[in-house]
Write a protein that binds this ligand. Structure first.
Ligand SMILES: NC(=O)N[C@@H](CC(=O)O)C(=O)O
Ligand SMILES: [Zn+2]
Ligand SMILES: [Zn+2]
Length: 436
């Protein structure tokens, strides 16, 4: 099918039409025409490259009551994403070629987004032996990102060996930086507030110490390290130090750590319980500044759906995690675009170009140009609305934004030339393909 997008605002601020034919952008300029094409009037809409999430929990196989590849793909498309990297903490764990191939092919079958599996670093996420990293890399899923996310690879020797292994094929270790002994039983950020609330605290140093160790290991090995969900001002300083020394480290921040702070724990509403925890207001400001400055490379959602009964319960019993795919762009706009800290070109970089580069995902390096694969999103930044449960398209309703006013709305998402969202509504890609 062919699509003619008229009058869109490109990330650089200029206005242009875009023509999409057979999955590729074939025209860019003003006054484009194409007989028979589906026309999308994009005047007033911000065109962005298809968003790429480097950190999504799709939960399949094993936790299908929380999310499946299909429902998570739909949540992603609704949020403007055209590719997600699926975390390995499933059951069975994605620690074999068989599991990663299964997840990738489910994604392919459903067609809403490109699903790129992340492989576990250690067998069963147990932190004892390396998983079959080479077999996953060479499999049809061509895994390039490896992570025990949910757990930290805390054994320094295993971390070193993992870095050495992925170096041989240009892979990357994505570390969930959490020193386990310093965070036993932790429930929220450690500080004055955690003492007041009587909840065991999670010190910033538990994150910062692992990042410091890992950047030194990455330097020693000469391998790529990626730091998941950076959450403290001190972590920013460690990454800044490492980058200044030329160490191949990249870092991500989640939308929620850019907008929310620990004060939200005061109501003991477990929708605000997440790993790493929401931090102090000054950490939030440091993360925003670091993203604007480029010390933090990307925004990744850490979309973590959980069943209602594990979130609507006492804080101490609740699961860690929040859904984030559907709200990511709006939260980024609220946190750093409306304040002028990030331009839309920066958003294109931190939510698409850079995460694709870290994940070695092809087709995202020159987005919205003639010849590029047609992965894009059209977004209306002028809308403001209360974020309601009807905007959640995955299985998880554990969003911290329900009832909060947020800017923006994803009007259309196009994945490989096929609309997965049109007029703000999800469309099944196979139907479109079948009739197009
Ligand atoms: N972020 C979370 O609070 N939870 C994640 C695990 C993780 O990202 O560490 C999950 O799998 O639920
Ligand atoms: Zn994690
Ligand atoms: Zn995660």
């Amino acid at each position: 099918m062919n699509i003619l997008i008229t009058g869109a605002t490109l990330p650089d601020g200029t206005t242009s039409d875009l023509l999409v034919e057979h999955g590729v952008i074939t025209g860019r300029g003003t006054g484009l025409t194409k007989a028979g094409a589906t026309v999308i009037d994009a005047s007033g809409l911000q065109a962005l490259p298809g968003l790429v999430d480097l950190h999504t929990h799709l939960r399949e196989p094993g936790f299908e009551q929380s999310e499946t590849v299909l429902t998570g793909s739909r949540a992603a498309a609704a949020g403007g994403f055209t590719a997600v990297h699926a975390m390995a903490n499933t059951s069975p764990v994605a620690d074999t070629a068989g599991v990663v191939e299964q997840v990738a092919s489910l994604g392919e079958q459903h067609g809403y987004v490109t699903v790129r599996p992340i492989g576990a670093v250690t067998v069963g996420l147990a932190g004892e032996r390396l998983s079959e990293i080479g077999a996953m890399a060479q499999s049809r899923a061509a895994v390039r990102v490896f992570s025990d996310d949910g757990r930290c690879v805390s054994d320094a020797l295993l971390m070193r060996r993992a870095l050495e292994y992925v170096k041989t094929f240009g892979g990357v270790i994505a570390q969930h930086a959490q020193e386990p002994r310093l965070t036993e039983g932790a429930q929220m950020n450690e500080g004055v507030l955690s003492s007041e609330l009587g909840l065991p605290g999670w010190p910033a140093v538990a994150e910062e110490a692992i990042i410091a160790r890992d950047v030194l290991l990455a330097q020693h090995v000469g391998a790529r390290l990626h730091v998941c969900h950076l959450s403290t001002a001190g972590s920013v300083e460690v990454v800044r130090w490492a980058k200044a020394r030329g160490i191949a480290v990249t870092a991500e921040v989640t939308p929620h750590h850019l907008l929310l702070d620990e004060q939200l724990a005061s109501g003991y509403d477990a929708r605000f319980k997440v790993n790493p925890p929401l931090r102090r207001a000054e950490d939030v400001l440091a993360l925003r500044a670091a993203l604007a400055e480029g010390v933090i490379d990307i925004v990744a959602t850490d979309h973590a759906p959980h069943p209602v009964e594990t979130k609507e319960c006492a804080w101490q019993e609740a699961s860690f995690g929040m859904v984030g795919l559907e709200s990511a762009l709006s939260v980024v706009q609220a946190a750093v675009v409306d304040s002028g800290q990030l331009s839309w070109a920066d958003v294109a970089r931190v939510l698409s170009i850079a995460p694709a580069a870290i994940g070695r995902l092809a087709g995202y390096d020159a987005p919205l140009t003639v010849g590029a694969p047609a992965n894009l999103t059209l977004y209306d930044p002028s809308v403001r609305r209360a974020f309601g449960v009807e905007l959640l398209r995955g299985k998880g309703v554990n969003s911290p934004y329900l009832g909060r006013r947020l800017p923006g709305r994803v009007v259309a998402t196009v994945h490989r030339g096929v609309p997965t969202v049109l007029d703000g509504e999800l469309r099944a890609p196979e139907e479109v393909v079948g009739h197009g």
